[in-house]
Design a protein around this ligand. Structure first.
Ligand code: ADP
Ligand code: ADP
Ligand code: ZN
Length: 219
């Protein structure tokens, strides 16, 4: 399975990608996680990307494309992957398609997880992430057993710097202007399925599974 998850920030892409990756035994390739790791390591990529990320803007395509190409060349992604957060614009989508084609491969499906802007803000403002294992929580919707501590590994939970309200507004703007047009792009290619991102995590997962296997388009 070669799947792309699209959707606004906070729609639940990461949450769903983690569940599907575990279910199918293929890696979740999350561009935001890879970029945050680069920032944390203070690599050249991280130093170039951090300013854009802090402002809620997209990191330049050239940097992101190189990073994703390297990640998809790894052995674990040979027979499938779930892309989460990439592509973010049409240029990235075209580069991805070209890269896959050179390897004699193609995407199987693109699932857009839809969520209204007001819900996006609620989800992001309560998001907490594990520093150690990247498990995701929400202070109200998906709280850990003990506040501030990861259920899975016991490490500390933190709030992403770019989840501050001002930056979230900018990210929503960037989504509508730049990423949203990708839905039309993939619809024209016959790859798109849209699913409603509201409701419980397991309900959304069922919708995604139905969309991937059953070809529904919930437009
Ligand atoms: P979210 O989970 O809220 O959608 P991400 O973790 O995917 O956010 O992305 C965080 C930030 O990393 C983005 O605001 C952007 O600066 C950068 N980023 C992530 N993926 C991409 C991409 N494909 N192209 C450009 N920038 C990206
Ligand atoms: P994205 O990767 O699209 O930015 P996340 O998966 O990080 O989104 O989810 C954003 C926040 O919303 C997290 O705090 C997560 O725990 C929470 N969340 C995800 N899915 C749901 C859901 N179906 N209902 C309520 N909260 C959710
Ligand atoms: Zn953890």
């Amino acid at each position: 399975m070669r799947l792309v998850l699209l959707g606004p920030p906070g729609a639940g892409k990461g949450t769903q990608a983690q569940a599907l990756a575990a279910r199918w035994g293929i890696p979740q390739v999350a561009s935001g996680d890879l970029l945050r790791a680069a920032v944390h390591e203070d690599s050249e990529l991280g130093r170039e990307a951090v300013g854009y990320m802090d402002r809620g803007q997209l990191v330049p395509d050239k940097l992101v494309l190189k990073m994703i190409a390297e990640r998809l060349r790894k052995k674990d992604a040979r027979d499938g992957f779930i892309l989460d957060g990439f592509p973010r614009n049409v240029m990235q989508a075209e580069a991805l398609a070209a890269g896959l084609e050179r390897a004699g491969r193609k995407l199987d499906k693109v699932v857009a997880v839809m969520l209204p802007d007001e819900e996006v803000v609620k989800r992001i403002s309560g998001r907490r992430t594990c520093r150690n294992c990247a498990a995701m929580y929400h202070v109200i919707f998906e709280p850990p057993a003990k506040a501030g501590v990861c259920d899975k590994c016991g490490e500390e939970l933190y709030q992403r710097e770019d989840d501050a309200e001002e930056t979230v507004r900018e990210r929503i703007k960037v989504y509508h202007a730049t990423t949203r047009p990708l839905l039309d792009h993939y619809r024209r290619l016959g790859l798109l399925a849209q699913v409603d991102g509201e409701g419980r995590i397991d309900e959304v997962e069922k919708r995604i599974l139905a969309a991937v296997t059953g070809d529904h388009d919930y437009d």
